[in-house]
Design a binder for this molecule. Structure first.
Ligand code: NAD
Length: 298
């Protein structure tokens, strides 16, 4: 069935009747990583992941989340799983994929062969793929002068090449599935530069335009595959904790203060936007960029 034919009522009914543990395929539960969900500032009250019904387009949606073991990716896995999707969490490590976050599969996003193997496995086991979230990423400090070629290549390999490999790998199966949605997690750093994040800024800016290219390519081919980029500001994740532990040029206070809303973003707030972008509610949205930064770039 084409996803455009599905009404949200159908999907609500399906999801209410079909909890995760009744869907086909394994849904492994994993241990919480140490310190993976540390809330550093005052925790805001945000909606907990729960089944909302009208999310993805097909009756038995299958999603891949790259970088699904931590932070924003993990929050996406939980939300998709709560909505009844079969979730494949691809990451270098397993430990952070908490309860209800789907099945972990080892993935180094810089390896195109591994991407192809995972998509082949999803095709064999589930016969379809509805959404891909490219959330794997790394963040290192370095100005245009101080960034070594080694660091530049490392950041590009994960943030940009990894996103490219992921998009390229999933398109045939999404096409075969009758459509799909890709969300690439860029950053406000893909829109507005920081003096001390040369490689990161460049990688995230490239992800922004790559996402638009994927969107145009699919639309012009007539493939019902949408692709959008999401640009978070300062999100409270292990990535940020690690970054500030080592940073010498970047001020944590300055970063926090840059968001007029007055606090860091909670990963689940970003996941909420991403999951919505993958849903049939966002059916005309493609090639667009979604900033979620508490007003930082306003
Ligand atoms: N935290 C923020 O403030 C912030 C802001 C803007 C954008 N982002 C972006 O959001 C995305 C998620 O970041 P996060 O803050 O949740 O970080 P995180 O460190 O909590 O999660 C990133 C995940 O990516 C995985 N990963 C790293 N390299 C990988 C590789 N080669 N192959 C597979 N997985 C790999 C890590 O193991 C980790 O589980 C990143 O792309 C990041 O650049 C984060």
């Amino acid at each position: 069935m084409n996803h455009a034919e599905f009404s949200s009522d159908d999907v609500v009914t399906h999801f209410i009747r079909g909890p995760v543990d009744q869907l086909p395929g394994p849904h492994l539960l994993h241990e919480e990583a140490e310190g993976s969900e540390t809330i550093m500032n005052e925790p805001p009250t945000v909606a907990k992941p729960r089944s909302r019904g009208n999310r993805l387009s097909s009756a038995s949606p299958v999603v891949i989340v790259a970088g699904g073991s931590s932070g924003i990716g993990l929050a996406c896995c939980r939300r998709f799983a709560a909505d009844g999707a079969t979730v494949i969490s691809g990451d270098l490590r397993q430990s952070a994929a908490g309860q209800g976050a789907g099945e972990w599969i080892e993935l180094d996003v810089t390896d195109p062969d591994r991407w192809r193997a995972i998509v082949d496995s999803v095709r064999t086991r589930y016969g379809r793929l509805d959404a891909l979230v490219n959330s794997a990423g790394i963040l290192f400090e370095g100005t245009v002068e101080s960034t070594s070629l080694e660091l530049w290549r490392k950041v590009m390999a994960v943030n940009l090449y990894g996103t490219f490999f992921g998009c390229q790998a999933v398109l045939p199966l999404m096409r075969q599935s009758g459509g799909g949605a890709i969300v690439n997690v860029s950053s406000v750093s893909g829109i507005k530069a920081d003096a001390e994040l040369a490689a990161y800024d460049a990688s995230k800016g490239a992800v922004r335009l790559l996402s638009k290219e994927v969107a145009l390519f699919c639309a012009r081919r007539g493939d019902p595959i949408r692709c959008n980029s999401v640009h978070p500001g300062v999100v409270d994740t292990p990535m940020l904790t690690g970054f500030f532990a080592e940073a010498t040029l970047s001020s944590e206070q300055q970063w926090n203060n840059a968001q007029p809303i007055g606090r860091r973003i909670v990963p689940d707030e970003v996941a909420s936007l991403i999951v919505w972008l993958c849903s049939s509610e966002a059916s005309f949205l493609t090639g667009a960029e979604y900033v979620i930064d508490g007003g930082a770039t306003a």
